[in-house]
Ligand binder design. Sequence first.
Ligand code: A3P
Length: 322
Amino acid sequence: EQGNPQRASEKINELFSTLPKGKGWWAEHLFHYQGFWLSNRALEGLLLIQDNFKPQPSDIFLANTPKSGSTWLKALLFSIVNLSRYDFSSHPLLNTPPRDIFPFLDFYFQQNKPISDIESLPSPRLFSSHLPYNLFPKSITASGCRFVSIWRDPKDVFVSQWHFMKKLRSKELPAVSMEEAFDLFCKGVSHYGPLWDHMSGYWKASLESPEKILMLKYEDMKREPLVQVKRLAEFLGQPFSIEEENKGVVQEIINLCSFDSLRNLQVNKTRDGPSNEGRPVKNPDFFRKGEVGDWKNHLVAEMAEYIDQIIKDRLCGGGLAS
Ligand code: A3P
């Protein structure tokens, strides 16, 4: 059995006429659907998920806004969950780009792959998504599965999205200047935005169900990877044993998944090769700088303050973030 893209596009076409439209960054348009801005592809993907995805209670979703650290977290999640399956010397991440190490659910059903492919994945199945928590079908959020979400300084997310857009946006579309992108971002018009509503959806859910939803911060992961990776493993129900810790396993995982190690692997360095075929963004495009605070090289003080103020008003006002 396959997903039914035709049915979804019929539903989408009906929706298109009713939804408010905004300017897309890498797609031409974004559509305002239940409080969030989605590309037509993401919206179609969501409808296909609603129709076709059968959750299993052991499923684990990595869900965050684009450019917050999914590549890193994908590598970490896969390494932790499969610790007993693979050796570090012949690890799948050495020749598989993190983006392909487990399925990106949002576009999965548009690829016409058999559903049995994901139904037969070893348990716990891992999926990544950019969908906001509130848009996940209830069948998934109520099934008992776990969510890991990563936050990043919104100023760095903006800068990272801006660079990514330059790679991904069709050359047939007019370029978007940084000023225009900034304006859109601050109005909430970004892929899967508004960013702050995306953040607060996962944050609130994690406060309500800390055993089901874990929030990590990119900056914390950079500062104290050992602490955060152990926290992640505990949350996943796979805490490291004393022997593993003594053997340096946690550090090995951190090293394998580090920016420099992944970026320098041949599979992530080359723009050609099977894992890049037919894809507008290539494996190296997922490794740019990998730093905290690169926004300082791109935003003037007023822009930075403006974003900070929005986040303060939207999140701290609700008592969510400090
Ligand atoms: P920059 O553009 O600031 O460099 P995503 O993986 O969600 O698409 O986010 C991409 C961002 O994460 C990029 O940020 C990228 O360089 C950074 N990144 C990729 N792999 C990383 C890793 N292993 N460790 C830290 N950052 C990483």
